[in-house]
Design a protein around this ligand. Structure first.
Ligand code: B3K
Ligand code: ZN
Length: 871
């Protein structure tokens, strides 16, 4: 099928004034009555095109009369109806089968409850409708269902009438006054535990809040509720945005294709991002819950009140909302630590996407399948663009522009041009070229070099940029790149210098051309430059410094991000060299690095969250990004060498960290989580010494009281393969864990993934055993991801095994999942995205599996990924 193109966008010729939906809910046969009133707005002879997929059409009536068959045609994509001029009332009745819906798009059953997922194109699997984001309407919904099985009937907006029908059925009505596109529609029916609270908004309106969870999960809702209230309050304080309905509801479901969904007034969540308590959730879980609850809530303004004109504009809501949730987390936790984690994630997921066959711009010009556009580029790079914009125009213009955007486009479906124009009207800075960040894919590589003139006391910094070609974009433009820059003396003192007439100890250098020269004056001594501080632009930096310069910066910098980044750069260079030098010639550099780490670690010890990041080495996934013909096992071995050197050097301190037992009740705060993060890092480092600390780690597993520590210990044991008793510690731990948590699916997902991520010789057999278990449910995305995504995305050494078994294993799963859930199989297939980066033996095996997938007649979603990967 031809791709969908941005240039082909045409407005819809009809407007909907009102939508009235009636649902008669039965798992096997649900009747949907859809009454749309509206009018033709232009296009005298235009047919009314309604999308529809997997629907059984029962009847159509136009303006009160059954529509004769010659007045409409039914196609694979939906219905085309000949409409009279002027106003209309169109009533369509359809039948669907939620229980047969394994794609988890549209109306489906999860754990015996009805729920929906409509973004991007799920609503057309519920009824015939103009299922496009630029058709907005207020919705009234009425649901009717068995009362005992489905005591709660929920939809968007405000609750209306409800009551009994006969003895065993009941109904409920909801009405959403805010015009919305169909992708924000939601319906839920079932029996739940309900966790309630309330929030008083800035104008004094008390708003009841509720979280609906599976029976028995009531006690695991408190953190999500607390996160919601903090989000509501933060959005008022920082962005001036108030909630706008009488109630706000969240529902947690077991079977969900991604994290959560921002349906107006009725957010639906993957249960993994709602349920947490001190026993079952890791700190990473708490952190993810806080940020996803916030993200979905923030969509109420950035996404729902102002939505996207078409799906090419997806970053309009996603990039902006990720930026908002990142800022929220930064305010709730440590700003520096949050920023570091965001950058780690960007590098791991977005940079690798941007450097491979799936690269696309933040706002692409075309797509084959919309589900495959929910990517790290649209989300994470999209957020970086907002951050850069703010850096370029300053806080005042940024907030003025945003407020103008909210004022101008409230209730509308907007574009990136609308958005950028709101800022252009609020700043004297010309942001025309900034738009190229939205249309150009690929990660710019920025190079820097400097020359000091001691007589003139000037430092001439030459900065250049280059972006490699990406699919469909052979030639690249120069982009405006804001680089926060400071100069340090070689003793590590930050220098106050002059640039563009301004004296400061940090400047904003904006690179606009392919190469540009910046002359700093009043430079008192030969400086070391520190560029892209705070990761002010999403680029790869070749800073032209040597290891000694970098160590100086790492030790001296008062900015924690810059300090961390200095050490990461050191580590990256060292690991890459180490991976190709096995002759021990690197010992001096290793020692120097370990000393630098030790110094920074000791200085950071009062901030354990940051200290644990200081000890973190770049991942294998990150290291292979800029390599060709690479062998992940060499990078793994290099990391192990370096980890051992670090562990040996600070062994006593690591042991002491592990032994430091927490007392008192569980505390999910960022500071307590920081202490546990450091402990987890200590366990990981000590495990690199293999058997020496295996027993200690196992003891820690058995005595640990938090899931973070338990998992850290299991992870560590998973990578220890002693010949003797140590070899059994992992399996012993797994047995104990399973016995305790076998009835808790979310906890058992961790049990699965800890194994899928372990680097050990028995992994293949182990994975096969896991997939043969009765609780390995291909219909449950969390479970499939716990094995397949954990393995293919987080275990590069095993996934890229030289004999190709890892590729084959993933392919087998994709083939099984695809018939059930194409969104899931396509997502798994993206693990192949960088197959051409690996050694030729690996490429041969990867290509063989990709061809196998290509020949298998897979879903359009999976086929789109495979085709692009092979191109
Ligand atoms: N907007 C949803 C994502 C929907 C994904 C559809 N394939 C969640 C979010 O970004 O908040
Ligand atoms: Zn989102």
């Amino acid at each position: 099928p031809p791709p969908v193109r941005l240039v082909d966008y045409r407005p819809y010729p009809f407007a909907l004034d009102h939508v009235n939906l009636e649902f008669f809910l039965e798992p096997s046969k649900t009747r949907v009555r859809n009454k749309m009133t509206g009018r033709r707005v232009f296009g005298e002879h235009a047919l009314m095109n309604l999308h529809g997929e997997n629907l059984k059409l029962i009847s159509i009536a136009l303006n009160g009369h059954i529509l004769p068959e010659n007045q409409y045609e039914q196609t694979d994509e939906g219905l085309n109806i000949h409409m009279p001029a002027g106003e209309f009332c169109l009533e369509i009745e359809t039948e669907i089968s939620p229980e047969e819906n394994t794609q988890l798009s549209g109306l489906y059953m999860s754990g015996g409850r009805f729920c929906t997922q409509c973004e991007a194109e799920g609503f057309r699997r519920i009824t015939f409708y103009p299922d496009r984001p630029d058709v907005l309407a207020p919705f009234d919904v009425r649901m009717e269902a068995n009362k005992e099985k489905y005591p709660y009937l929920l939809s968007n907006g405000n609750p209306g009438k409800s009551g009994d029908i006969g003895t065993d059925r009941h109904y409920a009505e909801w009405s959403d006054p805010h015009p919305k596109p169909s992708y924000l529609f939601a319906l839920v029916a079932g029996d739940f535990d309900v966790y309630t609270d309330s929030f008083t908004t800035m104008s004094g309106k008390e708003t009841p809040l509720a979280i609906y969870v599976d029976k028995g999960d009531y006690d695991r809702c408190a953190y999500a509720m607390d996160s919601l209230k903090r989000s509501m309050s933060w959005d008022e304080d920082v962005f001036g945005r108030e909630y706008d309905l009488d109630v706000f509801n969240i529902v947690a479901v077991r079977d969900f294709n991604f994290g959560a969904m921002e349906n107006k007034g009725l957010n639906i969540f993957n249960a993994a991002y709602v349920l947490a308590d001190g026993k079952t959730a890791t700190d990473a879980d708490f952190e993810a819950i806080e940020s996803i609850v916030a993200h979905e809530y923030f969509h109420n303004w950035t996404g729902n009140r102002i939505t996207c004109r078409d799906w090419f504009q997806l970053c309009l809501k996603e990039g902006l909302t990720v930026y908002r949730d990142q800022e929220f987390s930064a305010d709730m936790r440590s700003r520096a630590v949050t920023r570091i984690k965001d950058v780690i994630r960007l590098r791991a997921r977005q940079f690798s996407e941007d450097g491979g066959p799936l690269a696309h711009s933040v706002r692409p010009d075309e797509y084959a399948r919309i589900d495959n556009l929910y990517t790290a580029t649209v989300y994470e790079k999209g957020a970086e663009l907002i951050r850069m914009l703010r850096t370029l125009i300053g806080d005042t213009a940024f907030f003025a522009g945003l407020n103008r955007y909210f004022d101008t486009y409230d209730g509308q479906a907007a574009t990136i041009e609308d958005f950028l124009n709101s800022f252009q009207l609020s700043t004297s800075e010309n942001i025309k070229e900034f738009a190229n960040w939205y249309s150009q894919s690929g990660t710019p590589v920025v190079t820097a070099s400097g020359v000091y003139d001691s007589i003139a006391r000037t430092y001439t910094l030459t900065v250049g940029q280059r972006t490699e070609p990406t699919p469909g974009q052979p030639d690249k433009l120069a982009l405006p790149i804001p680089l926060r820059t400071a100069l340090f003396s070689n003793k590590g003192r930050r220098l106050s210098t002059k640039l563009n007439g301004e004296i400061n100890d940090e400047h904003l250098v904006v690179l606009r051309d392919f190469e540009q020269v910046f002359v700093f004056t009043d430079v008192s001594s030969a400086p070391i430059h520190s560029l892209n501080r705070g990761f002010s632009a999403p680029i790869k930096l070749k800073d032209g410094l040597n290891d000694a310069n970098r160590s100086t910066l790492a030790a001296a910098d008062n900015d924690p991000f810059a300090q961390w980044e200095g050490l990461q750069t050191l580590a990256r260079g060292l690991l890459i060299d180490l991976a190709s030098n096995e002759d021990g010639s690197m010992n001096d550099r290793i020692h120097a690095f370990v000393d630098a780490i030790d110094e920074a670690f000791t200085a950071a010890i009062d901030d354990p969250a940051f200290a644990s990041l200081i000890l973190r080495l770049p991942s294998v996934g990150e290291l292979i990004q800029d390599q060709n013909a690479s062998d992940p096992s060499k990078f793994h071995a290099a990391r192990l060498t370096l980890k051992r050197a670090i562990a040996r050097h600070i062994e006593n301190s690591l042991v002491a960290t592990i032994q430091n037992q927490e007392t008192g009740p569980f505390d999910p705060s960022a500071s307590a989580a920081g202490r546990r993060a450091l402990k987890a890092t200590a366990i990981d480092l000590l495990s690199s010494l293999q058997n020496e600390h295996a027993q200690r780690i196992s003891d820690n597993f058995h005595s640990a009281t938090t899931m973070t520590e338990i998992l850290a210990s299991m992870n560590a044991l998973g990578n220890i393969e002693g010949g003797g008793a140590e070899g059994e510690l992992f399996d012993n731990a797994l047995t104990v864990f399973e016995e305790k948590w076998k009835d808790s699916a979310l906890v058992m997902d961790k049990w699965y993934s800890v194994q899928a991520m372990s680097v050990r010789s028995d992994l293949r057999a182990r994975l096969q055993r896991l997939c043969a278990r009765t609780d390995f449910d291909l219909k449950n995305p969390n479970r499939v991801r716990a094995v397949a995504a954990a393995f293919a995305m987080n275990n590069p050494v095993a996934f890229h095994a030289p004999d190709g078994w890892g590729y084959e294993f993933l392919t087998d799963i994709i083939l099984k999942v695809d018939g059930l859930n194409p969104a899931l199989s396509a997502r798994l297939a993206t693990a192949f995205e960088n197959w051409r980066r690996f050694s030729s033996d690996r490429q041969i095996h990867a290509e063989k599996q990709l061809r196998r997938l290509d020949d298998a007649n897979l879903s359009k979603n999976a086929q789109d990924i495979i085709t692009r990967a092979l191109a």
